[in-house]
Ligand binder design. Structure first.
Ligand code: ADP
Ligand code: MG
Length: 325
């Protein structure tokens, strides 16, 4: 019962960005190499995610919309042991209960198309057979006016979607992403596994020459990524992305460790751009997770934080930009 609360349903679909996150994570879990995301009116009118992944067998499509029917975990500590991003089997049921969903999918042979409206099954029929899955979510929150009222301005909701897409793209440089909002392309990545290319696509090509690689390794933890030179800063710490075992996470102490690596003089009211991959044996780190799986507490925070700060100090020392502390 505790587990059921920890991974409770209501928080899965807080806003359009949460829908985008869940659909894209499903596409990543399905080994897609290309994921194309389209939204209209900040996702409230349409959210469309097209992938070229494994697809869903036609006999399993309706089951995917049943709550917990596809749950992959039985215990909380398993959360970071699962290799897939999804594990609760509640995204599709939750999303479909507050919107209209059309899902077309094929594992390569025959395809199938299923329609749900407000969580109710409407139809399933054979369809075209390109391998992969297309999910179209329309009229999000049409039947939950309270949710609609709680949303921020269209621009803010769009920037939250953009932020999620950017972080998913940074976590998966081996996947080619495109993101189009009201006909305007906001992101396109190559999918060639080049993290610097993704950084350039998101933060501008000019930033790329100012990003420096960092690396650090112990027997059970390894860190690598890119951080900006002190001359390239932003006014918010939002440009620091932490990826733990392939999953984008929020963690304040580790974010501070990145900033601290620069010393206090280099960063007064300014913050670096950083993308850091942290790989750790899941058995060695005790991770406590918020239902949306982003805010995590990690038992090895001090150790990982020290490694992060040191790696940045070393990079700065190499560049003769020695921090003051
Ligand atoms: P979870 O991701 O937690 O398993 P979801 O509700 O997000 O639960 O998805 C239910 C199931 O539907 C997934 O486990 C997966 O088998 C299937 N599925 C959903 N989206 C896709 C997709 N884009 N490609 C392949 N399978 C998918
Ligand atoms: Mg999922």
């Amino acid at each position: 019962a505790i587990l059921a609360n920890q991974i409770s349903a209501g928080e899965v679909v807080e806003r359009p960005a949460s829908v985008v996150k869940e659909l894209v994570e499903n596409a990543i879990d399905a080994h897609s190499t290309e994921i194309d995301i389209t939204v209209e009116d900040s996702g409230l009118k349409v959210i469309k995610v097209v992938d070229d992944g494994d697809g869903i067998d036609s006999s399993q499509v309706q089951t995917a919309f049943l709550r917990h029917a596809t749950s992959k975990i039985t215990e909380q500590r398993d959360l970071f042991r699962v290799r897939t991003l999804g594990f609760r089997g509640e995204a599709l049921p939750s999303i479909s209960s507050v919107s209209n969903v059309e899902l077309k999918t094929s594992t390569g042979s025959v395809g199938t198309e299923v329609v749900f409206k407000g969580g109710k099954f409407i139809s399933q029929q054979a369809s075209e057979s390109r391998k992969g899955t297309t999910v179209i979510v329309s009229s999000l929150f049409y039947n939950t006016p309270a949710r609609l009222k709680y949303l921020s301005s269209p621009n803010t909701e769009l920037s939250k979607i953009s932020d999620i897409v950017n972080r998913l793209a940074l976590s998966h440089p081996e996947v080619s992403f495109s993101f189009i909002s009201n006909g305007r392309e906001l992101l396109r990545t190559s999918g060639r596994g080049d993290l610097l290319q993704v950084l350039g696509a998101i933060y501008g090509v000019k930033t790329v020459s100012k990003m420096q690689p960092i690396k650090s390794k112990t027997p059970d933890i390894s860190i690598d990524g890119y951080v900006s030179l002190p001359e390239l800063t932003r006014s918010s710490r939002n440009y620091i992305s932490l990826i733990l075992n392939g999953r984008y996470v929020r963690n304040f102490p580790l974010t501070k460790s990145v900033i601290n690596g620069y010393g206090s003089k280099l960063m007064i009211g300014r913050f670096p751009i950083a993308v850091v991959n942290i790989s750790a044996d899941p058995a060695l780190i005790d991770v406590n997770v918020h239902p949306t799986k982003q805010e995590v507490r990690i038992s090895e925070e001090p150790k990982i934080g020290g490694m992060l700060s040191n790696a940045i100090r070393e990079m700065l020392a190499d560049k003769q930009l020695i921090p003051d502390a």
